[in-house]
Ligand binder design. Structure first.
Ligand code: SAM
Length: 248
C-alpha cells in the first residue's frame, strides 16, 4: 500500500536539501506542496519533474481526502511546504492526521527547520526550548500570549514576518525584563544571514540601527525566565511576615 513521505526542504540555501529528499522526490507519484510554482522551481533545480498538487491551509482537508485515495491505490506521496519542515508553522498536520487515521504509513524525511537552525547558532545555554512560532497579530492577544510565557524557564522561539518584526520586538521588550538575552537569527542560510545577540533592552536600537535589518525572515529567541529560587522566595515570605507582625 501507499506511504506518505513528509519531506523537509531548505530554508534558503537550496544545497541544504538532503540526498534522501532528492531520491524520494524523484520517485514520488505525486508531490503535495503549498505553492506549485515554488516547489516546481526547487525540483527543477535538481532536474526532477513530478506531478504536483497544491495543498495549502485553505484546501488541506479536501486534499487530505484525495491523497488518502491515492494512497489506497498504492501511490508514493510526498508532502513538502514552501520552506523547511512541513507542519511546523506550515500546513501539513491535517494531511498527516487524515493519513494516519486512514491507516497508511507516514515516514518523515528530516531536514532544515528555521527554529532548530537558529537555536544551534544562538549559544543560549539551556537544554529546554519552547516553540511559540508566530505570535497573534492583534496587540491584545499578543500581550496575553506573552504574559503566559513570561515565567517559562525555557528558551522561547518565535517566528516573525519581516513587516511585523518591529512590533514584535516592542511587544517582547514590554513583556519581559530588559536584561534578558535575545537572539535575532535573520535570513538563515541566505546571502544576508545574520545572528545577533543582545539584551531585550538594546533590541529596538539594534533593529533601528540599519533599515536593512527590518527586511528578511526572522527567528527571534528569548532567554527563558530565570529558574525560580524557592528557597529565596520562602526567605522573602518569612521576612515579610516578621515585618507585618512588627507593623501591627
Ligand atoms: N516550516 C518552516 C520551518 O520548518 O522552519 C517555517 C515556515 S514559516 C511559514 C516561515 C517563518 O519561518 C518565517 O517567517 C521566519 O520566522 C522563519 N524562517 C523561515 N526561513 C527562515 C530563514 N532562512 N531565516 C530566518 N527565519 C526563517
Amino acid at each position: 500500500t501507499g506511504t506518505l513521505y513528509v519531506v523537509a526542504t531548505p530554508i534558503g540555501n537550496v544545497t541544504d536539501i538532503t540526498l534522501r529528499a532528492l531520491h524520494l522526490l524523484a520517485l514520488a507519484d505525486v508531490v503535495a506542496c503549498e505553492d506549485t510554482r515554488k516547489t516546481g522551481a526547487l525540483l527543477g533545480r535538481f532536474g526532477i519533474n513530478r506531478p504536483l498538487l497544491a495543498a495549502h491551509q485553505h484546501n488541506e482537508r479536501e486534499v487530505a481526502e484525495r491523497l488518502v485515495e491515492r494512497l489506497a491505490g498504492g501511490a508514493r506521496v510526498a508532502l513538502v511546504s514552501d520552506a523547511g519542515t512541513p507542519a511546523v508553522s506550515d500546513p501539513g498536520a491535517r494531511i498527516v492526521d487524515a493519513v494516519r487515521k486512514a491507516g497508511y504509513r507516514v515516514l518523515p524525511l528530516p531536514g532544515a527547520s528555521a527554529a532548530v537552525t537558529a537555536l544551534s547558532a544562538a549559544g543560549l545555554v539551556n537544554d529546554r526550548f519552547y516553540f511559540v512560532g508566530f505570535l497573534p497579530a492583534k496587540p491584545k492577544q499578543r500581550e496575553t500570549a506573552l504574559a503566559e510565557l513570561a515565567q517559562v524557564p525555557a528558551t522561547l522561539v518565535f517566528y516573525e514576518a519581516p513587516h511585523r518584526i518591529d512590533e514584535c520586538v516592542q511587544a517582547l521588550a514590554h513583556a519581559f525584563e530588559p536584561a534578558r538575552q535575545v537572539v535575532f537569527a535573520r535570513e538563515l542560510t541566505k546571502l544576508f544571514e545574520e545572528v545577533h545577540r543582545c539584551t531585550l533592552g538594546e533590541a529596538t536600537a539594534w533593529l533601528k540601527g540599519d533599515t536593512n535589518r527590518e527586511r528578511g525572515e526572522f527567528v527571534v529567541l528569548v532567554e527563558g525566565a530565570p529558574a525560580r529560587d524557592d528557597a529565596a522566595d520562602a526567605d522573602a515570605d518569612r521576612i515579610l511576615r516578621i515585618l507585618l507582625a512588627e507593623c501591627s
